[in-house]
Design a protein around this ligand. Sequence first.
Ligand code: SF4
Ligand code: SF4
Length: 266
Amino acid sequence: MSSICDSCHAGCCRAYRLIITIYDFLDLVNAVGLEKAVNATTFESMPYNPNYAINKNIMFPFIFDNEGKKGLMYSLALKKVDSLLFPGTTKCSFLHEESRPEPNINPELRNHSQHPGSKVSAMCSVYENRPTMCRTYPIGFNPNTNTSLLRRRENLPNAAEKAAYQICPKEQLELTDFGLTKPETIMKKNDELLLSDARTHAHNEAVTRWNSQPERSIDKVVSFILGIGNSLIASYQAPKMQAPPIIETSIPQAAKALKKKAGQRV
Ligand code: SF4
Ligand code: SF4
């Protein structure tokens, strides 16, 4: 049986904001070269929030002093481009999409023939070097409890109007949908979650340095990121952290099943 992602149109790569760390950017530079990595990324603006650094588990945004950029903050993100197969929608520029001559019917998925994923195949062209957010989805690391959280698929605002923004074509996500059945795959996912956590903290340290310096021109930010390189992340990688078990979930039924499996009271 193919996994749920094999039969999906990659709604996740279309619907979400694709915020990345500077380390994800450096991975992309290694994978596709500096010019392509720069062209595939962008700085998404948001209103200036003086308290942006309160939550260290959320990626800090950059501040730029260029004319027209003052009073805003900017998250490093993957750029979205127009989708050819879903006109009027956008997708990650690394997402390669193709029409399927015949709908791909996955019997595990209810009403899948009506889902846009049945007629479209989509593949990440930088899969081996995809950003940590893409690697860990749909699982998040909860640093407060040192556990992992299987996220409920959100009701995204555009999903009702635009089918491309509908994500996983299943009522309820399970670990098995993402191949998370064997201990070794779960451990691998945990390692990715911990790396994601480390990258977020190192990213925040780098951005704090950027935001505290007097010269904050957007023209200099790429060379700043290249200059930081892996120097900050190195200190977060050692000593090796203990991988937490995946037991939390925002989906009540799945939480029950997972806790039962882990021998906990439900
Ligand atoms: S099944 Fe979900 S996670 Fe997998 S490609 Fe589709 S939207 Fe993304
Ligand atoms: S990098 Fe790959 S996995 Fe991540 S959003 Fe883009 S296409 Fe999807």
